[in-house]
Write a protein that binds this ligand. Structure first.
Ligand SMILES: Cc1cc2nc3c(=O)[nH]c(=O)nc-3n(C[C@H](O)[C@H](O)[C@H](O)COP(=O)(O)O)c2cc1C
Length: 306
């Protein structure tokens, strides 16, 4: 008997993704670095390295440290800046037959608005707003740690952004659902979570921090249970799609996030271990649906029984 075709397509607002597997910002370069290892077009979408108005050199080394079941990074959002992004990187993206999401970062609401406005005039598919950055004007408190600030930035960017708008949440808060609700109220089409958890590591011989920046962001399998818990909590509160991120490397991880209610997932640190992991996850997810006779991925999303 012929196997029925499985439908892996998911939607974020009006944007239809052929499958829910995306890459996470900062772990997949601009896609071209991975093109020898996997078919970028097989992915639901790629999220490229965070971009600011002006180029940033990032933090001094050492900027990356391995930890138990994960890693710490303090790259400091190094990037080529908006103008080079538009002139050098967007022409590369135009060759892809999958969605390309620009991840933006800034020090003020005005920075974010200018980025969103310029990028709305390009062929970029969607915009993801990294609100883990410190609001320099408000004394360095991250936009994503205060519901009022999260609402204000989402609302302001929404007005300038004609593309699907994703707000990326930080887990370094007491109640992530309050921030997610603020982003929804501000007009976001989706929220993505989680960004890295703040951590540190010490070299006991030199008695110095292992990172020059002292603290850094923890990612990888170590954070998966926290990410999954936060995604589940947020899915129970908001009505917009939720994109799950955090320690995903196996098809079982993808399934856990989908069951918890995530519409799509992003693969981060796992790309640094196996550059083909995201491509393999598409294949394995398709096989899982076929083997279990699930015709439509929507049947899995949010089907957790508590
Ligand atoms: C080296 C590195 C660089 C990152 N750069 C960014 C970035 O520029 N913007 C952003 O929103 N998140 C950035 N992240 C966070 C990831 O996109 C992701 O949210 C986080 O690592 C958790 O997912 P994972 O455990 O699958 O890596 C970065 C993570 C790593 C490890």
């Amino acid at each position: 008997m012929a196997v029925k075709k499985t439908d892996l397509a998911v939607s974020i607002g009006d944007w239809k993704l052929k499958n829910p597997i995306m890459t996470a910002s900062g772990t997949f370069g601009y896609g071209e670095e991975f093109a020898d290892y996997l078919d970028v077009d097989s992915l639901g979408a790629i999220v490229v390295k965070g971009i600011s108005l002006l180029p940033r050199t990032g933090n001094p080394p050492p900027r990356v440290v391995e930890t138990s079941c994960g890693m710490l990074n303090a790259i400091g959002l190094e990037n080529v800046g908006l103008e080079r992004f538009i002139s050098e990187k967007i022409p590369i993206f135009e060759k892809y037959k999958t969605g390309v999401v620009a991840n933006i970062l800034g020090d003020s609401i005005d920075d974010y608005c200018r980025l969103a406005e310029r990028l709305s005039d390009t062929s970029i598919t969607a915009i993801e707003v990294n609100i883990s950055c410190p609001n320099v004007k408000k004394g360095g408190v991250a936009f994503g740690t205060d519901p009022k600030m999260a609402y204000d930035i989402t609302r302001a960017v929404r007005k300038k952004c004609s593309k699907p708008l994703i707000i990326k949440l930080t887990p370094n808060v007491t109640d992530i659902t309050a921030i997610a609700l603020a982003a929804e109220e501000g007009g976001a089409d989706a929220v993505s979570l989680i960004n890295t958890l703040l951590g540190m590591a010490i070299d006991i011989k030199s008695r110095r921090p292992k990172l020059a920046n002292v603290v850094g962001g923890l990612s990888g399998p170590a954070i998966k249970p926290i990410a999954l818990r936060m995604v589940w909590q947020v899915c129970n509160k908001v009505t917009i799609p939720v994109i799950g991120i955090g320690g995903i490397s196996r098809v079982e991880d993808v399934l856990e996030f989908l069951l918890a209610g995530a519409t799509a997932v992003q693969i981060g640190t796992a790309n640094l271990v196996d550059p083909n992991v995201a491509g393999e996850l598409v294949v394995k997810l398709t096989a899982y649906l076929q083997e279990n006779k699930i015709e439509n991925i929507g049947q899995l999303i949010g089907s957790l029984e508590v």
